[in-house]
Design a protein around this ligand. Structure first.
Ligand code: 7PJ
Length: 284
């Protein structure tokens, strides 16, 4: 049995887990800032839990391409009240941030179990800070920075390069004293990747997991690659593609799926698990 240790929790990864997204940003690309006020965020957190979210992921800085700058103080002011309110709800709370100062404040308030960092703890001081805490860590790969990363992403072999990067970041965490069971890796779909790169990464997930040496978390929910494939410009209208992408990611070995639509993703995963637990004779 594979366990993931994060803050106050030990999660069993023998079945795929669903991480529910809670954006506390007025400019989030897919839910248009509907959850930017504290009470609305808390009530959405409760719905995500009722729908079966295993983890809540809270972010206060939109990393969509071209998003406006948010100061660390603004980011913290958005997320901290929500973290404080949801950390007692019985599910692990993840903080989606790139900033060491935001991590430090949330960790010292004791309101986060997992640091989810799209820049894999590259901010100065982040690695040492998080290593000293008991929090779980998700190390994500990106090429470039959110403002410009989609302009001209380039790779030789995208699966090998992303795998090597994640393996190197894992190694640095281990050297800083982080137990391997506190670590997750994420190829970072859409973060400095073309559609071709994203598809290669999805089919190469097993190789990436093996190279990184830690379980994979994957975020595909409502992303623009799905919109491109399905000719659907509106992120909120990409539910079918998002659920299908989640199933494919799990099929390829992902252990945690980061999604907006928890209920629908859970249903699909439950059906998939039931089908896969059947013996061939029971299916025919
Ligand atoms: C991801 C994330 C992702 C992880 C965002 C969006 C953009 N964290 N934060 N993986 N994406 N670990 O939700 O489309 O793919 S923000």
């Amino acid at each position: 049995m594979k366990n993931f240790q994060c803050g106050r929790f030990v999660l069993d990864l023998s079945r795929p887990l669903v991480m529910g997204i809670l954006n506390v940003t007025p400019d989030s690309f897919s839910d248009g800032g509907r959850y930017d006020c504290r009470d609305a965020a808390i009530s959405h957190a409760c719905s995500l839990i009722a729908e079966g979210a295993d983890i809540l992921d809270i972010g206060g800085e939109s990393t969509r391409p071209g998003a406006p700058y948010v100061s660390p103080e603004q980011e913290l002011a958005r997320v901290l009240p929500v973290l404080e309110a949801v950390s007692g709800l019985g599910v692990p709370v993840s903080l989606d941030t790139r900033r060491a100062s935001v991590m430090r404040a949330a960790l010292s308030a004791g309101v986060v179990d997992l640091i989810n960092d799209v820049s894999a703890l590259e901010d100065e001081g982040a690695l040492e800070l998080v290593a000293r805490s008991g929090a779980g860590i998700c190390l994500m790969h990106k090429q470039g920075n959110p403002g410009t990363m989609q302009q001209r992403p380039e790779y030789g072999d995208v699966v090998a390069e992303v795998g090597d990067y994640l393996a190197a970041r894992v190694e640095l965490c281990l050297q800083a004293g982080v137990a391997r069971k506190r670590l997750l890796a994420d190829p970072g779909f859409g973060f400095g990747k073309t559609l071709v790169h994203n598809l290669a990464l999805l089919s190469g997930l097993a190789a990436i997991e093996e190279r990184a040496g830690v379980p994979l978390l994957v975020g595909l929910s409502r992303k623009s690659m799905l919109g491109t494939i399905c000719s659907e410009p509106n992120p909120a209208e990409r539910l079918g593609a998002s659920v299908a992408a989640a199933l494919e990611a799990v099929h390829r070995g992902a252990k945690i799926i980061r999604v907006h639509d928890v209920k629908e993703t859970r249903q699909a995963l439950q059906l998939w698990a039931a089908l896969n637990s059947m013996t061939p004779s029971a299916v025919s």
